[in-house]
Design a protein around this ligand. Structure first.
Ligand code: CDP
Ligand code: CDP
Ligand code: CDP
Length: 226
């Protein structure tokens, strides 16, 4: 069986993962998956259930009852929990911003999403996309360490804080990055062999063009739109 090409995009908060991945998905007709939304959706469900990040047994027993699926919406596959796509206002709330990194550090939570995230390559192939572009913190290190292309986006802290402020967000990205980088399971770091791209002084167009060139060269995919 020919494997669906997988492109992994990792990086800290506001490094440019989502905007870059969406543009590349459109350019090459790839299915786009934002795994941050998976952690946010699971965090929302656990917070709603009154479970705390310190209670691994309660986390595991609650997660066991949840059924995961996806809904394809244009270029993006969105996670469904028990048949519902979680609402954006719920998963991007202040409460979830504060709780997501502590929950994402729990091995049982990561284990719960592992097979689901890997299964998205087959979902992309079945749905007729030319490949999968998946963004997160551990896609190139844990989920698809064997992907033909793995990128690690970076930007200095002042640039990232300015980008978030422009979006009107007050979320403490430095604190999330600190927790994400220092956790034991799947910490945020540039995986060996991945292409590191500093986006601090690059426009979105420049980052997209840089990655697009690598995608054309490595996977042989051609742009479907300019
Ligand atoms: O959009 P932003 O970069 O701010 O964050 P996100 O991608 O929505 O991710 C939210 C949180 O989920 C991160 O801060 C991590 O704690 C967690 N996450 C993770 O642990 N592993 C991933 N592959 C993706 C996200
Ligand atoms: O997904 P992630 O949190 O890594 O970042 P994003 O949501 O793609 O980007 C955060 C903000 O930075 C957005 O408003 C982007 O338009 C902006 N951005 C930028 O100004 N220059 C770039 N090279 C990449 C993103
Ligand atoms: O480890 P697990 O059995 O979950 O995964 P697998 O059967 O090795 O691969 C799951 C899906 O990911 C299959 O559709 C593979 O074709 C695909 N895959 C991929 O497209 N690119 C990779 N680099 C690795 C796996």
């Amino acid at each position: 069986m020919t494997q669906t090409p997988v492109i992994a995009v990792d990086g800290g908060a506001a490094s440019g993962k989502s905007s870059t991945s969406r543009r590349l998905a459109a350019r090459f007709n790839l299915m786009h998956v934002d795994t941050g939304s998976h952690y946010r959706a699971v965090t929302f469900a656990l917070v709603q259930a009154g479970v705390s990040p310190g209670d691994a047994a309660a986390i595991q027993s609650h997660l066991k009852g949840l059924k995961l699926g996806e809904q394809i919406d244009g270029q993006s596959a969105r996670i469904c929990i028990d048949g519902q796509v979680p609402r954006e206002e719920d998963i991007r709330s202040e409460a979830v911003n504060a709780a997501v990194s502590p929950f994402a550090a729990v091995p049982e939570v990561r284990q719960f999403l592992y097979q689901y995230q890997r299964s998205q390559a087959a979902v992309a192939a079945r749905a007729g996309f030319n490949g999968l572009i998946m963004e997160g913190r551990d896609i190139g290190s844990v989920i698809f360490p064997d992907a033909p292309l793995r990128f690690f986006l970076e930007a200095d802290e002042a640039t990232r804080a300015a980008r978030r402020a422009r979006e009107g967000q007050t979320d403490s990205i430095a604190e999330r990055d600190r927790i994400d980088s220092s956790r034991k399971t799947a910490p945020l770091r540039c995986p060996e062999g991945a292409q590191r791209v500093d986006t601090s002084h690059l426009t979105l167009d420049e980052v997209v063009d840089l990655l697009a060139e690598a995608i054309e060269q490595t996977t042989g995919l051609s742009p479907v739109v300019a």
